[in-house]
Design a protein around this ligand. Structure first.
Ligand SMILES: [Zn+2]
Length: 453
């Protein structure tokens, strides 16, 4: 079926003069059908999560993923694939981590904690001082904090419908809290996880470098610890963290391309980040974005579509711990004289697509808005200005149109940066719909954006 349709499709997809909307409608229908019936992104995600596993930058498993990605892109139909060297940090969590509450009556309770990225190892004990937020901590005197473990117990704002906005607003607890605590004389920092879920998974993530141990507590244990403090229970907290900082090493962004047939020097980049945190499997964050981007290449190839522009998949390394892959890619693009027509990132989890947000120049933006009706049959309704992505962000200039795939993100921060971000929690169909949406946007940009000046 697929084979016999290919010549017909090639004709349909290459003759825009028959009435743009009709042709585009047919093209998008074929793209979604191809991904939903023949897509391989779900099995690629299974391989990445189960055969390779989590992929913190600098780790052996991240290196394994890089080699797999380079080979897999060729199998899926890229003309070429290659590696772009990137310097990344090498930090490891160690084998075990937990916190122990030692009550004065001799009772001990062990609770799960997750070291924040870059934390030092520790077995220190101390009294816990709870604060309601980073702003409250800022106002406190060093005398109150000296020798204490600061516990920043600020929940995310549940009233915000966009959970990404709640995460963004609450992010300073994790990002700034530990270093600020150190500057005030604290000996350790505990942070409430950045999540709206009420479960027992602590969420790790990056923070400003600090010399004191820093770890997250789950929402459930944050509440529990807060109750102990409010009940004036007498206890000390003990960290068990085995982290090691190992300097910097060279890994790579993985790049796969289909060369453009008319404007080979105009690039449409699609990507996600190949690295993940080192707990869970990096399934939603961001194995999803990687396999969806790879699916775009497979789909265009399977449909016999020859793009006018160069379609480039980039699997970025180390988004989580300094955005080294994104920064290096943008810098190399300038050095190589690469010109980007557009870049699309998927890094919001493999949930049902709802639309795109863009940082596009005005003319491109106006043109793109007119494509919204083409996506409505697939339940994409949100075309708006907004954030595009961490990895593609450094590409921003006057001519490139940056896009993020927007998904239904209500459950994203249940899994994000936890041991529960595993393959089983990604829905095959939702993942595929996201990939088809990205492939459709690539097709429309390739067909209809005017050439770069
Ligand atoms: Zn991510």
């Amino acid at each position: 079926m697929k084979r016999t349709l290919a010549p017909f499709l090639f004709w349909i997809l290459s003759v825009p003069c028959l009435g743009q909307m009709t042709n585009d409608t047919v093209a998008l229908a074929k793209i979604y059908e191809e991904v939903l019936l023949h897509g391989t992104c779900h099995q690629d995600l299974r391989h990445l999560c189960k055969n390779i596993g989590h992929r913190v930058a600098g780790s052996a498993s991240a290196q394994k993923a890089i080699e797999w990605g380079k080979q897999r892109l060729l199998e899926l139909g890229a003309d070429t694939s290659y590696l772009m060297p990137v310097e990344v940090p090498k930090w490891s969590r160690g084998k075990t981590e937990y916190g122990t509450i030692h009550f004065k009556n001799g009772e001990q309770v062990q609770i799960p904690i997750a070291a924040l990225g870059g934390s030092v190892a520790s077995s220190l004990r101390g009294q816990v001082l709870m604060v309601s937020s980073v702003s409250a901590l800022e106002k406190m005197d060093t005398k109150e904090l000296a020798g204490k473990i600061v516990f920043i117990n600020k929940p995310l704002d549940a009233a915000l419908i966009n959970t990404g906005a709640a995460y963004g607003n609450g992010g300073e607890t994790r990002w700034r809290g530990p270093k600020l605590a150190e500057s005030k004389g604290a000996i350790g920092c505990l942070t409430r996880s950045l999540t709206l879920a009420d479960d027992q998974f602590p969420h790790t993530g990056a923070m400003e470098a600090t010399g004191i141990p820093a770890a997250a507590l789950s929402a459930y244990h944050s509440q529990w610890l807060s109750d102990q403090i409010k009940d004036e229970k007498d206890f000390v907290f003990e960290y068990h963290l085995e982290c090691e900082n190992g300097g910097r090493i060279t890994q790579a962004n993985v790049i796969g391309e289909i060369k453009g047939s008319v404007y080979p020097n105009e690039i449409i980049t699609i990507g996600g980040h190949l690295d993940s945190w080192d707990i869970g499997e990096g399934a939603h964050d961001d194995g999803t974005g990687c396999v969806q981007s790879m699916e775009v290449i497979r789909t265009l190839k399977a449909l016999g579509y020859q793009p006018k522009r160069t379609i480039r998949v980039v699997l970025f390394i180390n988004e989580e711990f300094g955005n080294d892959g994104g920064i290096t890619y943008a810098k190399k693009s300038v050095e190589n004289g690469d010109r980007h027509l557009a870049a699309i990132e998927s890094d919001g989890g493999g949930f049902s697509p709802r639309g795109f947000s863009t940082q596009a120049p005005d003319l491109r933006y106006e043109q793109w808005l007119k494509w919204l009706p083409l996506f409505e049959p697939y339940n994409l309704h949100t075309f708006k200005r907004g954030w595009s992505g961490v990895d593609i962000g450094p590409l921003k200039n006057d001519e490139v149109a940056l896009f993020a795939l927007n998904v239904d993100n209500q459950r994203y921060f249940d899994y994000h940066h936890t041991a529960n971000d595993v393959f089983e929690n990604v829905n095959k169909r939702e993942l595929q719909l996201g990939a088809a949406s990205m492939a459709s946007l690539v097709y429309l940009i390739d067909q209809h954006f005017s050439p770069l000046p």
